[in-house]
Ligand binder design. Structure first.
Ligand SMILES: Nc1ncnc2c1ncn2[C@@H]1O[C@H](C[S@+](CC[C@H]([NH3+])C(=O)[O-])CC(=O)[O-])[C@@H](O)[C@H]1O
Ligand SMILES: O=C(O)C(=O)Cc1ccccc1
Length: 248
């Protein structure tokens, strides 16, 4: 079993051609370290998911975790909620991520109902769900696919259901955006990334991770039909929103 976790050194050596970033075996091996050192507030967002579910999830309802990577959301929920409280369904397109997530969740949460599906969140047939988590995944879809996905998720949610959407965001104001990006790079430096790692990662993510503005997210969620939308977390250019489907 390959449950070792390594320090992220993917962009630590000079590359003559920086390849597009992809979620392959090399990334899986260092993913927990990478996401913790690269996403301001990641641990706090995960910690709140269980508390949000405890308040808003119908007992026993399905929870989808879309772009689940190694199943961190599943682990966080299982750490807070009883086995009868929810059924977890993680979905990821990367076979390497799915294999590792299945191993971890089977081992760490033997009493909870934890399923991981290898699939594309754009085309998946969704069953009715009480909560859907999109943690840093929508940003990797082509911008023209994002409206349709959010509309499908709205349809899949039960009345009273919630969508939690966490994303890297951009500020509409150029100066504000530049300041946020510079401080984000300071954050990465403070977390041990070198200038070369920061700049090569930036190149690898160009045209792969395309951030929307917070206003853009609010507008898209409203267009899909969500009754109430709150930004409940922001740390530099990283934010999390919660959207409520009306009880009818
Ligand atoms: N169309 C798609 N369908 C399914 N999965 C996809 C698709 N496109 C990308 N992915 C998957 O979305 C995940 C994004 S990571 C999410 C972190 C996690 N949520 C976490 O809270 O730890 C964020 C990051 O690494 O920056 C990857 O595992 C991709 O394989
Ligand atoms: O490393 C970066 O520069 C990133 O933006 C990485 C990232 C962003 C959002 C979620 C996970 C990783």
């Amino acid at each position: 079993m390959s449950d070792a976790s390594y320090r992220d050194a993917i962009f630590s050596t000079p590359l003559d051609r920086v390849a597009r970033f992809s979620f392959d075996e090399r990334v899986v091996a260092c993913f927990p370290d990478m996401i913790r050192r690269s996403v301001p507030g990641y641990g706090q967002i995960l910690g709140m998911l269980g508390l949000i579910a405890a308040r808003h999830l119908r007992h026993g309802a399905r929870v989808y975790d879309l772009g689940c990577s190694l199943g961190a959301t599943g682990l966080a929920l299982a750490g807070t909620l009883s086995p009868a409280a929810f059924r977890y369904i993680g979905v990821d397109l990367s076979p390497a991520m799915v294999a590792r997530a299945r191993e971890t969740l089977t081992e760490e949460c033997p009493d909870h109902a934890m399923e991981v599906i290898e699939g594309d969140i754009r085309t998946l047939e969704y069953a009715p769900a009480g909560m859907i988590v999109l943690n840093f995944t929508l940003q990797f879809l082509a911008p023209e696919d994002r409206d349709a996905v959010i509309q499908r998720l709205y349809q899949a949610l039960e009345p009273g259901g919630v969508l939690v959407l966490s994303e890297k965001v951009k500020a509409a104001d150029e100066q504000e955006n530049a300041w946020l990006v510079e401080r984000y790079h300071d954050f990465k430096r403070a977390n041990g990334y070198s200038e070369m790692e920061i700049s090569q990662k930036r190149t690898a993510l160009e045209n792969v991770l395309i951030p929307d503005t917070l206003e853009g997210h609010h507008e898209r969620l409203a267009r899909a039909g969500f009754a109430r939308i709150h930004t409940w977390f922001q740390f530099l250019n990283f934010a999390s929103l919660i959207a409520f489907k009306d009880c009818r």
